[in-house]
Ligand binder design. Sequence first.
Ligand code: SAH
Length: 222
Amino acid sequence: MNRRGHPQVQGIGMTSQRTRARMVERLRGDGITDEAVLAALGSVPRHLFVEEALASRAYDDDALPIGFSQTISQPYVVALMIQALRAGRELGKVLEIGTGCGYQAAVLAQLATEVYSIERIAPLLAKARTNLRSLRLSNLRLKHADGNFGLPEAAPFDSIILSAAARQLPQALLQQLALGGRMILPLGSSAQVLRLVERSRSGYSETTLDAVRFVPMLMGVE
Ligand code: SAH
């Protein structure tokens, strides 16, 4: 364990900053242009969010297992989704569905005024809390709940981001989107695409982005 209570992975602690800088350059090469997003991904130590045995692969552009049949999202997809949410404005108050290990929540907290993140698997949320502790993110709140219902007590949200694939647009989440707000989600079952939804006075407009592969959004809590 190091001073901050995290298992110290041999070599990783010393080189992670350099490895992260390389990851950022790769993201730039892959077409991520929002400097604030790149800086946020460059500042969050991704190796703290994966199992020790996988830490050496933490900065590869891959989804990695985090237990409970779930995966940590691929850096490129995290960057792409947040870039689409931000385009031309600030993230504001954010709702994330699917905390998982907490990595994307930590990235969002660098860019948003407030982040609320919901996870349905209690032991995974506990793991996220442990992973996030040393980062001391005072604008991030985690909650054990079914994200299909959103978080009415904290709504409306300027930005909503789903880390699990929905079969259709979740109605509760559409309602909890502020006017001028944006939601991004993986949509579909076996074939999935990223869908960006914007809410304006005249209603909701939708744009389809890249094909993606996410774990499915499930019902209820466990
Ligand atoms: N954001 C995470 C990705 C986690 S994978 C990261 O940074 O790595 C997707 C997560 O969504 C899983 O942890 C899964 O348990 C969760 N999930 C699936 N359906 C959900 C629901 N209805 N409500 C809340 N979380 C859900």
